[in-house]
Design a binder for this molecule. Structure first.
Ligand code: HEM
Ligand SMILES: *[C@@H]1O[C@H](CO)[C@@H](O)[C@H](O)[C@H]1NC(C)=O
Ligand SMILES: *[C@@H]1O[C@H](CO)[C@@H](O)[C@H](O)[C@H]1NC(C)=O
Ligand SMILES: *[C@@H]1O[C@H](CO)[C@@H](O)[C@H](O)[C@H]1NC(C)=O
Length: 401
């Protein structure tokens, strides 16, 4: 019986991966959404990536470990039936007012899930008993905390103490991806929030913008992501901003050589230099951690006022169309126009470069792979059942006793 239910959930998830459906007055209809065309996550002709097996193995792993405490599809169906709709609506409204919330939420999800799993630990503020992940040096200008907190407080009004911050974050990030023109993917819910944060682990484990391909693959590999999945996740770097401080060493003093990075296209380098003028505060090579004084500047192209607190718009000229999300990023990598050293490292090895090439030429393949990898990231090491807690405010653990 349990097996049949599992099969059903898997079939449903795969189905949902192909078609975004919306429930509307009891009728199921295909959703028309803008901005960004929804792309069904289509399977390529033949693929070494067996999605059904993969999803099966995630499910099995989960159910083996926690028996009856796995994630469920529509977990809040009875306890808070409007939860997912409140989250979706909240993100859309905030996105309409300020599109930069989308990249912020996606990056926040990565930083949460990558460090000890998707448990909302990244959202915690420091207090007497707790050092926060936000204070870890690689938090590097994380944003979007306020978005999660405002959606959470709306949920608290409707169903207090029910919906976890971890679920709010994964669902909000999914909606953000959709808003930014990326693919939809199905998500199960029922995550619980951690009662602790992991600052030291965040400092040690989040790869730096100067990370080599070996380091990148090792960090993602220990979390179960292969080369293909790792390369696909980097497609998120096709939206949002990167501050000069994270790549200016490549423009002026690469690895302490006093010269620019030879792996950077010359014309592109000149362009970047005008946007990121030389400053003595360039990160010293190896530490990979920029100055901690990065302003929470507004987005929208380049702002280079005041030395190197400038930021480069990762979406470049936003030429429109589906290729904006992902595809163009990989094309730029093939032209040696990666912004961070870590980005350009994806072309540094055949096992990853083959996926850069594939995604640069096949938008649908990328969208499908990205969706699958985001599902995997969103399910990484979640707390379920009696583990963890459901916070009422995302920045604070519940009071003890
Ligand atoms: C080796 C891996 C990675 C490194 C070193 C890295 C580093 C960075 C850095 C330094 C920034 C610029 C932050 C700023 O200037 O404010 C950034 C931005 C961003 N990253 Fe990553 N990242 C990595 C992987 C990922 C992954 C896997 C995702 C998501 C799946 C992601 C999503 C984003 C997004 C969406 C932004 C734009 C944020 C915004 O505009 O607010 N990154 N990343
Ligand atoms: C990130 O870390 C720095 C340095 O530890 C800290 O000053 C900053 O407030 C943190 N950022 C956020 C958003 O908490
Ligand atoms: C480049 O970096 C090295 C090592 O950090 C430093 O000794 C050198 O002075 C820098 N050169 C320039 C031109 O800033
Ligand atoms: C959506 O699709 C239409 C027709 O295929 C295209 O003209 C339009 O540019 C697309 N919009 C986006 C945001 O991708």
């Amino acid at each position: 019986m349990r097996f049949l239910i599992a099969c059903f959930v898997i079939a449903l998830s795969v189905y949902f991966a192909f078609h975004r459906l919306e429930y509307d007055n009891g009728f199921i209809r295909f959703a028309k959404r803008s901005p960004g065309n929804r792309t069904a996550v289509k399977a390529p002709e033949k693929s070494p990536f067996e999605e059904d097996d993969l999803m099966m193995s995630w499910y099995m792993e989960d159910s083996d470990r926690h028996q009856s405490y796995s994630l469920h599809y529509d977990y809040y169906q009875d306890s808070c039936p409007t939860a997912e709709r409140i989250i979706t609506k909240g993100v859309r409204e905030l996105y309409d007012a300020k599109p930069s919330v989308a990249p912020s939420l996606i990056r926040l999800l990565f930083h949460d899930c990558f460090i000890e799993g998707c448990d909302a630990s990244v959202l915690l503020d420091a207090d007497e008993s707790l050092t926060s992940e936000k204070e870890a040096s690689p938090n590097q200008s994380l944003k979007g905390f306020d978005v999660i907190e405002s959606i959470k407080s709306e949920l608290e009004n409707v169903c207090p103490g029910v919906v976890s911050c971890a679920d709010v974050l994964v669902l909000a990030a999914r909606e953000a991806i959709l808003m930014a023109g990326g693919p939809f993917y199905p998500l199960e819910t029922g995550r619980r929030d951690s009662a602790v944060a992991f600052k030291e682990i965040a400092e040690r484990e989040l790869p730096s913008p100067q990370a080599t391909i070996s380091v990148i693959l090792a960090r993602f590999g220990t979390r179960g992501f292969n080369e293909r999945e790792t390369v696909s996740l980097f497609g998120a770097h096709s939206i949002g901003v990167t501050h000069c401080t994270f790549f200016e060493d490549r423009l002026y003093n690469f690895s302490g050589t006093g010269k620019p990075d030879p792996e950077l296209d010359t014309g592109f380098k000149q362009e970047l230099k005008t946007k990121c003028p030389f400053s003595a505060s360039a990160p010293s090579p190896g530490t990979g951690i920029g100055p901690s004084t990065i302003p929470a500047s507004d987005y929208g192209g380049v702002s280079s006022a005041g030395g190197n607190d400038g930021a480069i718009d990762l979406s470049y000229n936003n030429e429109g169309g589906e290729e904006n999300f992902g595809t163009r990023y990989y094309r730029r990598l093939m032209q040696k126009k990666g912004l961070m050293y870590a980005d350009q490292q994806l072309t540094g090895r055949e096992e990853t470069e083959m996926w850069v090439r594939a995604y640069a030429s096949d938008t649908q393949l990328f969208r499908r792979d990205f969706a699958m990898s985001m599902m995997k990231l969103s399910n990484y090491h979640v707390l379920t059942g009696p583990l963890g807690q459901v916070r009422t405010t995302c920045s604070k653990v519940l009071p003890k006793n």
